[in-house]
Design a binder for this molecule. Structure first.
Ligand code: SIN
Ligand code: MN
Length: 264
């Protein structure tokens, strides 16, 4: 799959691209069906909210689950990212964020590259985030909020917040967020399960707690140009990966092939 010249220009200007319905309902079902089992596992990669129960994020499922292994090499996702980053990419991070009904906690305002630069010594912001919606995302269940054009500001000053949630994060202060939002506004792309949101690794983003009765499962895959791999291995390998092998995109129907195999 290739992005149009207009889509590339929009991404450069706004810092994100929203592709509704990139995966169809049958493909979503293949992935969504794996989530309860992953979330029920008692393993270090499955990180819970402060209540110790609701899943905040499940790391690295592509290393032990076949459906997510296929998603991490899916041509509809990897192709556009290789186009935007001009070359081969590897998986820097893979998360399934639960944002569970009633219990899903806040993600404070931050830039992902802020963490990758400070914690992992990733040389440049030649990396991209891809959000794959496994549930419908609405105004109620904590949609991701983005500040358009904020990716053009480079790495912003941040403080290491170890207290607000169960997950340490380099977060921006209120004055910075206010200033950026005066310029770019805030958008919160919403859409059906199967939609995909690609955003630049320095784009400022956040999400509110989910007080609704509807879960908001989103897979976040962070792909990095192979030449730009991380230089410091401070965080566990299942948080910031150390396998820099270029992704070989799979066939476009790879998820449905898996469903067919399961039905045999
Ligand atoms: C993130 O920024 O990594 C996650 C945000 C969210 O799931 O809302
Ligand atoms: Mn983030």
């Amino acid at each position: 799959m290739e992005l149009s010249a207009q889509q590339v220009a929009d991404f450069d200007e706004q810092g994100y691209l929203f592709l509704p319905d990139l995966f169809d309902p049958a493909e979503v079902a293949v992935m969504r069906g794996e989530v309860p089992d992953i979330f029920a596992q008692d393993r270090e990669e499955v990180w819970r909210e402060k209540d110790g129960k609701a899943v905040r994020t499940a790391f690295a499922a592509h290393t032990y689950n076949e459906a997510f292994r296929r998603l991490a090499a899916h041509p509809r996702m990897v192709g556009p990212v290789m186009q935007l980053l001009h070359g081969s990419v590897y998986v820097h991070q893979f998360k399934i964020n639960g944002k569970e009904a009633f219990d899903g906690d806040v993600w404070q305002w931050h830039q992902d590259y802020g963490t990758w630069a400070r914690d992992d010594l990733m040389p440049e912001a030649r990396a991209m985030n891809i959000a794959v919606f496994l549930d419908e995302v609405t105004e109620f269940n904590g949609p991701l909020m983005l500040i358009p054009r904020s990716h053009k500001r480079g790495v912003l000053a941040a403080g290491h917040d170890l207290a607000t949630t169960s997950y340490p994060l380099w977060t921006l202060d209120r004055a910075t967020v206010t200033r950026l939002a005066e310029d770019g506004g805030i958008v919160a792309p919403k859409g059906p399960a199967g939609s995909v949101l690609m955003f630049h690794s320095t784009l400022v983003h956040a999400s509110s707690p989910n007080i609704s009765p509807w879960g908001r499962t989103i897979v976040y895959i962070s792909l990095c140009h192979v030449d730009n791999h991380i230089r410091q291995f401070k965080r566990p390998a299942w948080v910031a990966h150390r396998d820099f092998t270029p992704i070989e995109p799979l066939a476009d129907d790879c998820l449905m092939q898996l469903a067919a195999q399961a039905a045999e």
